[in-house]
Ligand binder design. Sequence first.
Ligand code: CTP
Length: 447
Amino acid sequence: MKKVITYGTFDLLHQGHINLLRRAKELGDWLIVGVTTDNFDLERGKLNTCDNVMDRIEAVRATGLADQIIIEEYRGQKIDDIHKYGVDIFAIGSDWEGYFDYLKEFCQVVYLPRTQGISSTMLREEQAKLRIGIIGTGGIARRFVPESACVNSVAITGAYNPDKAECEAFCSEFGIPLCAASAEELYGSCNAVYVASPHYTHYDYVKSALGAGKHVLCETPLVLEKDQAVELFALAREKGLVLMMAHKTAYCPAFGHLVTLLQSGAIGEIVDIKAATTTITDLGSEKMDSARSGGSMNENACFPLLPIFHLLGTDCRDTFFIARMKGGVDIYTKVIMMFDSASASFEVGLGAKTEGSMVVSGTKGYAYVPAPWWKTDYFELRYEDQNQNKKYFYPFAGEGLRYEIKEFASAAVAQGYFYSKLPEKEIIAMAGIQQAFNAGQNLRILK
Ligand code: CTP
């Protein structure tokens, strides 16, 4: 029996895929089809797949052309599969011409003609697109624009900054069509808004964008008061819109897997979390300006609070702050939190630096995430018996913003149930902690 194998993502299964499968099947007696997993696609930088792996497998099955379907999970698997299944022919579309010649050592390699005029990319582009207008044109917005180009269903339609000259320079540098004279003009060009303005303006912009019927992705922190966060989420719900916090750590692949591993008991019960996020900043910068809600807690606390609320829940019994101040803002703050059966502590700093790792301690072992843990691409689980230790590696592509943009685009087009990796409850709790600090609750100030 002659065995043929082919691979693909098979997203939004189309006629080109069916033709390819038919041609591959005609080469032999038994066709094996490898369908890539969602994780493998993510790792390959394919962030735009619409159908999940189960749907894509079902679609391939429904063609009736595959005799056997397998999943492709890792680079190099093709060689393993050829040996494992005794494959005679590896077949793939001509867009890959030459790329898989290295498999000729193991079996025959055939490049089949590709069907012209159709592809998953084309179909995805025809689907609902998220047209994003940007408010604020500072450092983070500069990173956002190139990152958004890696997510297929997204286009930047315009930008707004009250400083017209700055906005014009930004739009011309990034080829953004509309340099809006007002937020309202911007809203006319888009169906979603990315708020990247200074913190103290977030509440007003988010409220007006939601009021104008736009989905909103807002930089950290969303707001610095709990009631404002509650109000904005209620407004988003009432309007049937997505309101998401642009927290890159929450959406990157490694952090997601670390959380699910720990939630499934990989280190036993969690007893403590320690994390630090410090980024030395120029004293004259806006981030240090007390009149503009600057300071280390306002700027950085959403980072360590993410693993803490994710893993310990939001029912914090008590929180204590110790801060070193300069010019009316905290340049370094240490925070100690008490939950029912676990403790947590973190440090944030804009004017002092410390080791930026994270340690989650459990009754069976601990997780160690090296600095900078908030750009996680690697972590270790460590145990008393060192033979049990395990290292985990993941991609963290580019600036890492593409992951949150992809989630935002998926949530906005889902129009219904969407599981958020950073739930509303946690964002509200983050604002609560920042509010308590700003109100001076349980705060000790160092001389
Ligand atoms: N294929 C084809 N003709 C097309 C599209 C795809 O023959 N018009 C083939 C590819 O060459 C590959 C297989 O179908 O052998 C699965 O390809 P996949 O990457 O899943 O599909 P694309 O439509 O090319 O997806 P994308 O646009 O995301 O690259």
